[in-house]
Design a protein around this ligand. Sequence first.
Ligand SMILES: Nc1ncnc2c1ncn2[C@@H]1O[C@H](COP(=O)(O)OP(=O)(O)O)[C@@H](O)[C@H]1O
Ligand SMILES: [Mg+2]
Length: 193
Amino acid sequence: MYSETVHLPIVKTVVWPDEAATRSFASGLAMQPAISNAFIELRGDLGAGKTTLVRHLLRALGVTGRIKSPTYAVVEPYELPGLNVWHFDFYRFSDPREWEEAGFRDIFASPGLKLAEWPEKVAGHLPLADLVVQLATVDDHTRQVTLTAQTPTGVTLMYFFDSMLAFSDKGLKAIELDDTPMNQVTAPNGNSA
Ligand SMILES: Nc1ncnc2c1ncn2[C@@H]1O[C@H](COP(=O)(O)OP(=O)(O)O)[C@@H](O)[C@H]1O
Ligand SMILES: [Mg+2]
């Protein structure tokens, strides 16, 4: 019987030529059932587009009110029908005791969608992210994006992205730098997934 082995992590690099491409990705992600219990890290310099991506994702999930950047509050929670979302920004996080006191451990152990900007500031505390989205500024509108699936949930989320690239005309208006099909992605250990 045919079976497929996937070696983690799986890495894909794409280019989003404008914010509309970022929004399309967010909309597609919001439609995935796996998003309802996932942890996604957003990495990249200031201005790379981490909060912008989260805003588009929250809108697509149905958040209607103001979406504040949690730079000062560290976390903004959202309650949607059947879905809890927490948007973290650890940029200003400095006191490790705050991790326990603010109940962040409990949040990461709860079902729901956890989104974290600046995860590197709390690296020792976080569980393994399902998906890492690394954004890099190319020019005013263009972002190079590296997606890393680190768990089966992350792979599920990434498969959606692959199918969108395959089935839409220009696929999210994204240009694939790495056009290796998902089932032939080579893992860092040199094995073929
Ligand atoms: N393709 C793109 N994706 C995301 N943001 C973009 C894009 N092109 C331009 N931008 C702009 O870049 C800025 C990103 O800011 P922000 O999301 O706050 O960054 P970060 O949270 O990474 O510091 C916003 O003003 C956004 O409108
Ligand atoms: Mg931000």
